[in-house]
Structures are given as structure tokens and as C-alpha cells.
Write a protein that binds this ligand. Structure first.
Ligand SMILES: Nc1ncnc2c1ncn2[C@@H]1O[C@H](COP(=O)(O)OP(=O)(O)OP(=O)(O)O)[C@@H](O)[C@H]1O
Ligand SMILES: [Mg+2]
Length: 285
């Protein structure tokens, strides 16, 4: 989406795919590259087991102080009128939202500014956290806050938003999902990753997400890439990039360093740069 200023963009991207395919790695690269290009970038960790902070290079001691939004009991109560279901259940032993009224449209427009932390290259990071009780579809104050927050970030904010998600797209909700400019489905060589991609595409179509693209990751050979492309051809989605397997990314993860800063990862950087440019150009069409 173009903002009113020339060359200032506020694209909303989401990265999805089977567990372990490289969603967080790709989200972190894109966030840091887009931010280096002088875009205002908000990276949002919407995965129940958050790891985007580490991939963005936030040191462990700072990560310890990062409180996910769903754990901000006071904020949830202040904005929705009720404490989170999980916290009240543990103290009172039952579902406390039953029969009680809470705000379904809480105020959220200040949350990113107040709670996002600054990472390397000026990327801002917001960690959403997990809804412990009844899953993402639960009718509870913390879910109302998260849904409103995502809706606001995707539909109203004027910066790049990069969502690192789990395999599903359900928790976005229809109206919010429609606001996405691009859903990236990451696929690694293997039947399970392909099947997950097929499932995500179906969900995305149901949610009327307008633009979906595939990124192949962990490609070991031309033959592997060719076979994967064939397996995905029925999906009729553009392949935006094919990123090679590079053992140094695993090493970066083992050493708790951002893959973006890690040694001997130039081949990843050049492919990611092309991906970033492709995404950037899509926004001008
Ligand atoms: N191109 C690559 N080559 C080699 N290893 C990679 C590549 N991309 C990612 N990895 C490694 O694969 C592992 C999983 O990556 P990552 O955490 O980004 O995946 P994910 O899809 O976000 O996983 P999860 O579903 O657990 O959130 C990490 O150790 C990461 O360093
Ligand atoms: Mg991840």
C-alpha cells in the first residue's frame, strides 16, 4: 500500500508454513533489510513459541525482560474490563468470563508504540504471546485484545508490518486477513511442508487474502528445487525465491546469534535481498 509520501510504503506481510521450515529466519531477514532501506518496520511475533527476538539479534538478557502482550494482565484488564481468563482461572478455578461482560473492541492504537522494543537496524519488535486457555478462537479478554491489536496493525498502521506466524492463519480473522498485502508460505523440501502449504492456501483463500507467494527454503540442489517446484505447481502460486540450505544458519541458531549477522551466509543474504526487492516492487504494481 502506498502512503501519501513518495516511496514510503506500509506493506503488511505475514510469513507462514510448516514448523521449522524457516519462517522466523525469513521474517527476521526481511525485517532488517526493509528497515535498513529506511522503512519503518514493526516485526510481530505471533507464534506461541516466540523466537523472532533471537533471530533479530536481541541479546538473551534483554529477551528475559520481554513480556508478551497476552501476559500483560493489567493491560488486558485496563483495556477490556476483565483480567485474562488464564490468570483468573488459576486463582478462582473456573471460567470467569462466562456471563461477564468485557469490551470486544478495546483501545489498542498505542500498544505497539508503548511495548515494542527496538532491535538492531531500528526494527521494532512486538511479541504477542499465547492464549493458554482454549486456543486462539477462545472468547476471552486476551483474545479480544490480540484480535483488535492485529486488526489495528494490519488495517490502520502506517508502517511495514511483518508477522511471524505459526502454520495457521485462522487467528487473523476474516476482515484482518483481507488487509494483508502478501502472505508468504515457506516450503522446505519434503511432503509434509508441501501438504501444509496446500492447507494454508485453502485457509488463505477462505479468508480472502489477495496475494500469496511461496518461498522455497533449505534447498540442497537444483534437482531438489526442480522436484519441489513440480510438487507445488498445482497450487498455482508464484515462487518468490528459492533459498539454499546453509549449515551456518543452523550454527547461528545454536550460538543464539542473528542469522543476518552470521559468518559465511552471503548466499542467503543475496537471495533474501532479491526476495525483498521483489516484495518491494510488488507494492508498486
Ligand atoms: N536456508 C537455511 N539453511 C539451513 N538452515 C536453515 C535455513 N533456514 C532456516 N534454517 C534453520 O532451521 C531452523 C528452523 O528455522 P526457523 O526457526 O526460522 O523456522 P520456523 O519455521 O520459524 O520454526 P518454528 O515453526 O519452530 O517457528 C533454525 O535452526 C534455522 O537456523
Ligand atoms: Mg518460528
Amino acid at each position: 500500500m502506498f502512503s501519501k509520501y513518495y516511496e514510503v510504503l506500509d506493506l503488511k506481510l505475514a510469513v507462514s508454513g510448516k514448523g521449522g521450515v524457516g519462517k522466523t529466519t525469513i521474517a527476521a531477514y526481511l525485517a532488517r533489510m526493509l528497515s535498513r532501506d529506511n522503512n519503518s518496520v514493526l516485526a510481530v511475533d505471533a507464534d506461541p513459541s516466540p523466537s523472532l527476538a533471537s533471530a533479530l539479534g536481541v541479546p538473551e538478557q534483554d529477551r528475559k525482560n520481554l513480556i508478551p502482550i497476552t501476559k500483560m494482565t493489567d493491560l488486558i484488564e485496563e483495556r477490556t474490563g476483565l483480567p485474562p481468563t488464564s490468570s483468573s482461572e488459576s486463582s478462582e478455578g473456573g471460567s470467569t468470563t462466562f456471563g461477564k461482560i468485557f469490551t470486544l473492541n478495546p483501545k489498542v492504537d498505542d500498544i505497539a508504540n508503548r511495548f515494542a522494543i527496538k532491535c538492531k537496524d531500528n526494527v521494532k519488535l512486538l511479541v504477542l504471546g499465547t492464549i493458554d486457555t482454549a486456543g486462539a478462537g477462545c472468547f476471552c479478554p486476551e483474545n479480544a485484545l490480540l484480535k483488535s491489536l492485529l486488526r489495528h496493525l494490519i488495517l490502520k498502521s502506517d508502517e511495514y508490518v511483518i508477522l511471524d506466524m505459526e502454520a495457521g492463519t485462522e487467528h487473523l480473522g476474516r476482515g484482518t486477513a483481507k488487509g494483508l498485502d502478501l502472505l508468504i508460505i515457506v516450503v522446505e523440501p519434503g511432503r509434509r511442508a508441501v501438504e501444509t502449504a496446500i492447507r494454508i492456501k485453502k485457509l488463505a483463500n477462505d479468508l480472502e487474502i489477495s496475494s500469496i507467494g511461496i518461498v522455497l527454503n533449505k534447498i540442497n540442489s537444483e534437482l531438489e528445487e526442480k522436484e519441489l517446484r513440480e510438487q507445488l505447481s498445482g497450487l498455482d502460486l508464484p515462487i518468490l525465491a528459492a533459498i539454499p540450505y546453509n549449515i551456518n544458519l543452523v550454527e547461528a541458531d545454536l550460538h543464539d546469534e542473528s542469522p543476518f549477522d552470521y559468518k559465511n551466509t552471503e548466499n542467503i543474504f543475496s537471495k533474501m535481498k532479491k526476495l525483498k526487492e521483489r516484495i518491494h516492487n510488488m507494492s508498486k504494481q
